[in-house]
Design a protein around this ligand. Structure first.
Ligand code: MG
Ligand code: MG
Length: 255
């Protein structure tokens, strides 16, 4: 069931979203060669605590997960696509890092992700990151009343495929509200004009993921969480929580 949010609820969700944006900014600020993934998690935790926000990631345990998630951010480096667990790995020159963060404030959830390079960036990584961001922008532009879920999916997928990148199947966006994952699902590829009509008050996480080699193949690592590319090529992830309104899409997880 899709929950339609009131305008007051959307304002409250904006506050949760702002905390996510601040946490991601703090993580990106902290990230440098030699810094551990655990330190990135600590930087995000400090922002959540200072904002009086909780984490929808910490102790999250979906059906398929062997263990509760132990951190407030996912840190996915290089061939990791999503769901990487922050550990003692220290960032190296040229690493491509995707960080996904959530916050709960006033009972509402915000969910967003950003990808960036550390140290000397490889040009192909800069392009990969930029295309994921462009796909997100295209998805947001399609998140308007009168369109359908398939229009968002199509917009996202077209940008990724046109660039020659792979799209891991089985992963995508979702409704957001009092729960991190609500209906409807928002696939990263689809047919325009299909699926649920978009209405004022729907709040969606839109989150393109791209694989550099063009392959869609991925697997779950031994930790039961980290999703990696099968061929070892690099991946990038971008995400915003977006409210659909009669005045157009509103990004709730911007600074
Ligand atoms: Mg997320
Ligand atoms: Mg999400």
């Amino acid at each position: 069931m899709v929950e339609i949010k009131t305008d007051a609820s959307i304002e409250a969700m904006r506050e949760a979203g702002r905390v996510v944006a601040q946490a991601l900014a703090a993580v990106q600020d902290k990230a440098a060669v030699g810094v551990s993934l655990r330190e990135l998690d600590r930087a995000a935790r400090a922002v959540l605590v200072a904002s009086g926000a909780g984490s929808p990631f910490l102790d999250y345990r979906p059906d398929w997960a062997p263990t509760p998630f132990p951190a407030v951010v996912c840190t996915s480096v290089n061939d990791a696509i999503v769901h990487g667990i922050p550990d003692d790995y220290r960032l190296r020159d040229g690493d491509l890092v995707s960080v996904d963060c959530g916050a709960i404030r006033g009972g509402w959830v915000g969910d967003a992700a950003v990808s960036f390079t550390v140290g000397t960036a490889r040009p192909e990584d800069v392009r990969l990151i930029r295309i994921a961001e462009r796909a997100l922008e295209a998805g947001i532009a399609a998140a308007v009343v009168g369109n359908r879920i398939g229009d968002i999916a199509h917009a996202v997928g077209r940008v990724c495929r046109t660039a020659g990148y792979g799209i891991p199947d089985g992963f995508g966006g979702h409704g957001v509200g009092r729960q991190m994952h609500e209906d409807p699902g928002v696939p990263n590829e689809g047919r325009p004009g299909r699926g649920m009509p978009l209405r004022h008050g729907m709040v969606l996480a839109i989150e393109p993921m791209v694989i550099a080699s063009g392959s869609d193949w991925h697997y779950t690592a031994d930790d039961g969480w980290t999703i990696r590319t099968t061929d070892g090529s690099r991946a990038s992830h971008a995400e915003h929580t977006v409210a659909i309104t009669d005045d157009g899409p509103r990004i709730l997880t911007a600074l």
